[in-house]
Design a protein around this ligand. Structure first.
Ligand code: SAM
Length: 227
């Protein structure tokens, strides 16, 4: 499997084009995923987004928080984000490998850390130890929002990925191997999901209060509060 598929093959303009989908149902999924977080902000939070791309989610949430920092491994995404976020003064997008996060690399703890749009899969992290790392970046009572796809959204997700392949953004999708929440490309691309029970195990492993919530029958959120 290719590592960092997104940073090598699917960044900047191409990543932007991924989100210009022809499918209204996918647009609703993307909007509702952001709306779920927006509704849970008070406007005073310092937020960190992991695997932030060119800042698509950051731009939507910036008016609803104190500050939002995004990290992404792709220099091209961050350069593209410079333009995309130019009218978003409380945002900062930086090149950083999400595998290297630790409290030492940031000036202060965050009130909210976001790991959305199935980012645990895109960033190829081991979810249990990585969630533990995320928790170390949070202030007391801070929250992490981890989202993955709902199983109910499978057909729409598959259609969206086929659209991306058709537009030349992704390589050909292997339809025989793509099943059970995993999308497989013939070029080594692989996008997995996390089941509700796995999210439950991840939440439990932190020893902190957590909730799991399905949104719009398209995404599933694990929200953990640091105590
Ligand atoms: C599916 S995109 C999502 C982008 C953004 N969260 C959004 O929803 O618009 C996944 C992103 O994760 C980034 N990524 C992959 N591996 C990473 C890593 N190790 N560290 C930081 N970012 C990473 C990719 O460059 C890509 O921008």
């Amino acid at each position: 499997m290719q590592s960092n598929y997104y940073s090598k093959n699917l960044n900047s303009q191409k990543l932007y084009d991924v989100y210009q989908t022809r499918y209204p149902r996918v647009k609703t999924y993307l909007a509702e995923e952001i709306a779920f977080v927006k509704a849970r902000l008070q406007g005073i939070e310092d937020i960190l987004e992991l695997g932030a791309g060119y800042g698509r989610i950051m731009k939507e949430l910036a008016p609803h928080c104190k500050s939002i920092t995004g990290i992404d491994i792709s220099e091209d995404n961050v350069a593209f984000g410079g333009d995309y976020l130019q009218d978003t003064p409380n945002s900062k997008l930086i090149v950083m490998d999400a595998h290297k996060i630790s409290p030492k690399v940031f000036e202060a703890p965050f009130d909210v850390v976001l790991c959305m749009q199935n980012a645990l899969s895109s960033m190829k992290v081991e979810p249990f130890s990585y969630t533990e790392k995320i928790m170390s970046l949070l202030a007391a009572n801070g929250r992490v929002f981890i989202s993955t796809y709902s199983a109910k959204f499978w057909q729409h997700r598959l259609e969206w990925f086929l659209e991306q392949a058709e537009k030349g953004l992704l390589g050909e999708i292997d339809l025989e191997k793509s099943k059970d929440g995993v999308i497989v490309g013939k070029d080594g691309f692989c996008s997995v999901t996390h089941s509700r029970s796995e999210l439950d195990e991840i939440g439990k492993s932190t020893g902190c209060p957590y909730e799991i919530q399905e949104v719009d029958e398209s995404s599933v959120f694990l929200v953990i509060t640091k105590k």
